[in-house]
Ligand binder design. Structure first.
Ligand code: ADP
Ligand code: MG
Ligand code: MG
Length: 870
């Protein structure tokens, strides 16, 4: 029979799949002798079985749970629901930590019968009633779905009536009133009395944890972080310790290093006389961790020692949750701490220097996507000096954000959909706000510390966050905040500096990010191990320069048509398109030639001999033409044509299905003079730059080839022109001639095509579109349905579909190499910047990937990961 329940002493840290991260680490800490309250874990397999069994707990599982509960009673010398009452918590925990996603219920085992016993045993009625009201609220909210706000409102009302500022001021009598009130709220919300049977409390809580695996918040989080819906969650049942028994008690959170900067300094917060998530929820502003010694002398040194032990043991920065009960410390959780990209680099490098891990491990610890945070602009120093400061909060998660303020997560989501940049402003955030936080450009909260929900989640997402900005007064219902009498309303612009905690009025100017030494060090290590080279897609000298700064080793795609849209040029381009004969078309092309040539000169000069792949004209011609009558009229005038003639020509170019229409090499075949002009521009630019003493390596790339004969036809245009120009100028230009592989027929006849092509570049946007038959301009809507319904786990336009599209790529690469052993292979589709696609490209032996400039560092690290994970 399968084993579904493990005592903490039976597990270890490598059992995350089965026990979840929290359970595996509780087991590990138990085994290395740390003070962990005893308990047991119900496996993730049990969770999956629960879903297989139509969401019912089955008898054998219940039996197994109760036999472990019995062992726990023996161990603690207490009784669940009995004489010397054992109280437990029920905590969820899946393989990957999902902060705030799954809900914990504390203080199970309390009921009207155990309360007097607990009061007698502890001599502390205030504490017992405080724990009971928390239990009723958590059970009501988490297990039964009674809105937390209903409880909070009653709680606040009593506090206000009594004129208290803090929850710690409530007396036992006040708490008795709150317990009774909460029971009534529970009954009203659920339709039955609060359950008195501790076994019912336990089983219903276990079920709630299992169900919470599938709630909306958890699904959104998993989707955002690419975590499989199939993992399931574990459930941890643990005997309670209490941080709310008085002033020698407390609860808190600590990181073994600063999660924002990476500085090797214990970083944490705690609250005296508090329980559970009070610190994270921002109930009171917490104290710094060092102040623990106010309770007793050995507490802080003991804690530092435990933190060191855990960091040594896990060889990484840990995020630790602890509780102090009557001066004794208990550790309730440890996990790898979430950190900003900046901190991640610093910590990884310092751990290598300390000899904890090697360079490979350091590289593998950094998620390529995380680097994205480092590459974006920061506030311009000068603009900051001139900006008007509103207030200063805690620098909870670094970054610079300017945008419009919104007070409800839903409003922020809507604003983002309308293309605005929302800044979510709240008193404090909770898991319900997750989607709004994802969509927000930045987050500002009035309450809560650096370990509050807002701060933790923002750091995990690499999003700018200023937390605990107590100087502002947020009124979510009025959709405004005030500061010193001034009102800031929904839609007003503000700027947040997550690195300093300052909040500014209006939009503050930004500058390019500067990359620090840690970044260069780590990228250097990445390049040492990567086999794939990283190039960038760039259409302008500016983009090319940015790509070089980020470490690109060439340009994998220059889209010549992007240059056509610029002012002055577009009219020559239009003239070329509407030309009715070759002579007029050539005349127009002659006007475009110098523009193209000067663009290429600029790019070649920046790239200094790195390869530059230039794609010949690709899009359907109608994209360059006006569609509105008024614009057509104006163009007709400009070109000295009649409105009707021009309109006829535009109508003639109209296609039902332009993506499968007259585009790519098909244009060069109909209008060879276009390819001829582009070849001239490329070769003349190369000659010009070579003459300046700068090496050049152009690669002329023909798009959309499905048949070798198409490529041959274009080659017969390109090569003679190139040869003639080189002879005329007496300059040898080293260049390559090749093709994109983006039409399925091209992929399956790649062996033929390689007879002509010296290189292939996989155009995976089109290849995915044509392999699936999904129009990529129309697919976004229904692919979302596919994702929601679990038909796809990832969008094939984001990550290469390794089975279908990938098979074509693999086949083409093999055939290409068979025909031409030194054929050069790369990818220039959007996938070239996606880490999992990069891994795939590595696996089929491509030579390089090409992506947008800002993804170059991500691709370099992903290429290193691909090599290391091989
Ligand atoms: P999360 O994953 O959201 O941190 P946890 O399961 O860790 O949720 O529970 C939240 C908090 O509840 C813990 O940090 C701790 O303060 C408190 N808690 C959980 N179990 C116990 C327990 N057995 N005794 C005392 N406090 C507990
Ligand atoms: Mg927590
Ligand atoms: Mg926790």
């Amino acid at each position: 029979m399968a084993k579904f329940v493990y005592a903490f002493s039976e597990g270890n840290k490598d059992m995350k799949d089965l026990l979840g991260g929290k359970g595996a680490n509780l087991a590990e800490m138990t085994n290395i002798g740390l003070p962990v309250p005893p308990g047991f874990t119900i496996t993730t397999q049990a969770c999956n079985t629960y879903y297989d069994k139509d969401q019912q707990l089955w008898p054998e599982l219940k039996e197994e749970i109760f036999s472990h509960l019995k062992a726990l009673e023996e161990k603690t010398g207490k009784n669940y629901g009995g004489e010397n009452p054992l109280l437990v918590s029920v905590r969820s925990g899946s393989k990957f930590s999902m902060p705030g996603m799954m809900d914990t219920v504390l203080n199970l085992g309390m009921n009207d019968a155990t309360i007097p016993v607990l009061i007698k045993n502890s001599g502390n009625p205030r504490f017992v009633l405080d724990a009971y009201r928390r239990f009723i609220q958590m059970f009501g909210d988490v297990v039964k779905g009674v809105p937390k706000a209903n409880f909070d409102a009653f709680f606040d009302k009593i506090k206000e009536e009594k004129g208290y500022e803090f929850d710690t001021q409530l007396s036992a009598d006040d708490l008795e009133i709150i317990v009774q009130g909460f029971k009534a709220i529970y009954k009203e919300g659920v339709g039955s009395e609060f359950p008195q049977d501790p076994k019912v409390q336990l089983l219903e809580s276990v079920e709630a944890v299992f169900s919470s695996w599938d709630n909306n918040r958890a699904r959104i989080y998993r989707r955002e972080h690419n975590i499989s819906h199939k993992l399931g969650t574990g459930v941890n049942i643990q005997s309670m310790v209490f941080g709310n028994m008085g002033d020698d008690c407390g609860t808190g959170v600590a990181f073994t290093r600063d999660p924002a900067t990476g500085e090797a300094k214990l970083f944490g917060e705690f609250l005296i006389n508090a329980q559970g998530e009070d610190v994270v929820a921002g109930i009171r502003t917490p104290m710094q961790i060092e102040e623990m010694n106010r309770i007793n002398d050995h507490l802080y040194p003991d804690f530092v020692h435990i933190c060191d032990t855990l960091e040594h043991h896990y060889k990484d920065m840990q995020d630790i949750e602890f509780t102090i009960e009557n001066g004794t410390l208990y550790i309730l959780q440890t996990r790898t701490g979430k950190r900003t990209a900046h901190a991640a680099l610093k910590i990884a490098i310092e751990l290598v220097e300390a000899g904890f891990i090697d360079k490979k491990e350091a590289l593998l610890r950094i998620e390529p996507e995380q680097l994205d945070q480092l590459l974006h602009p920061t506030f311009d120093k000068k603009a900051l000096r001139e900006a008007v400061v509103i207030a200063k909060g805690l620098n909870a998660s670094p970054g610079a954000a300017s945008g419009q303020i919104f007070f409800e997560a839903n409003d922020a989501v809507k604003a983002a959909e309308e293309g605005l940049k929302p800044i979510l402003v709240r008193k404090e955030t909770s898991p319900e706000d997750l989607e709004g936080m994802i969509k927000a450009a930045g987050i500002l909260t009035a309450k809560g510390g650096r370990t509050s929900h807002a701060a933790v989640v923002a750091r995990g997402m690499g999003k700018c966050c200023v937390a605990g900005c107590e100087a502002i007064n947020v009124d979510e219902s009025k959709k405004q905040f005030t500061h010193k009498g001034k009102v800031y309303k929904e839609g007003d612009f503000i700027s947040l500096d997550g690195s300093t905690g300052y909040v500014y009025e209006g939009v503050v100017g930004t500058t390019e990010a500067t990359l620090d030494e840690d970044f260069e060090t780590l990228m250097g290590w990445a390049d040492e191990v990567a086999r794939l080279k990283v190039r960038s897609n760039a259409d302008t000298p500016q983009d090319a320069a940015q790509a070089i700064r980020f470490g690109a080793k060439g340009i994998g795609l220059t889209r010549t048509e992007h240059m056509f849209f610029q002012e002055h040029r577009i009219s020559a381009v239009r003239e070329m398109i509407v030309a009715q004969n070759v002579e007029n078309r050539v005349k127009a092309l002659d006007k475009i030639l110098p523009y193209q040539q000067s663009d290429f000169v600029g790019i070649f000069e920046v790239m200094k001999g790195f390869p530059v792949t230039i794609r010949l004209l690709d899009p359907p011609l109608h994209e360059f033409l006006p569609q509105k009558d008024s614009e057509i009229m104006a163009l007709a005038k400009e070109l000295d044509l009649s409105f009707e003639d021009l309109k006829d020509r535009i109508t003639a170019l109209h296609e039902i299905n332009p993506m499968l229409g007259h585009r790519g090499c098909r244009l060069a075949i109909s209008y060879p003079e276009i390819a001829a002009m582009q070849t001239r521009a490329i070769i003349l630019a190369a000659i010009e730059v070579i003459k300046k003493g700068i090496p050049v390596l152009p690669e002329i790339m023909v798009p959309l080839v499905g048949h070798k004969a198409e490529l041959d036809y274009v080659e017969a245009i390109v090569r003679p022109i190139a040869k003639k120009l080189m002879e005329e100028h007496g300059v040898e230009v080293p260049y390559a001639f090749g093709t994109m592989i983006e039409v399925p027929r091209g992929a399956i006849t790649a062996g033929d095509i390689a007879q002509t092509a010296e290189f292939f570049s996989f155009g995976t946007n089109d290849l995915t579109q044509m392999t699936y038959g999904f129009s990529r301009d129309d697919a976004a809507g229904f692919i979302n349905e596919y994702l929601d319904k679990g038909i796809f786990t990832v969008d094939p336009f984001v990550s290469i579909d390794p089975i279908g599209v990938g098979l074509l790529m693999d086949m083409a690469a093999k055939q290409g190499r068979e025909t031409r052993s030194d054929i050069h292979l790369g990818i220039c589709g959007e996938h070239g910047g996606d880490p999992s696609s990069i891994k795939f490209c590595h696996s089929i032996g491509l030579d390089y990937v090409s992506c947008s400039p800002y993804r170059v560092p991500i691709a370099r690290l992903a290429a290193a990961h691909a090599a290391l994970e091989e």
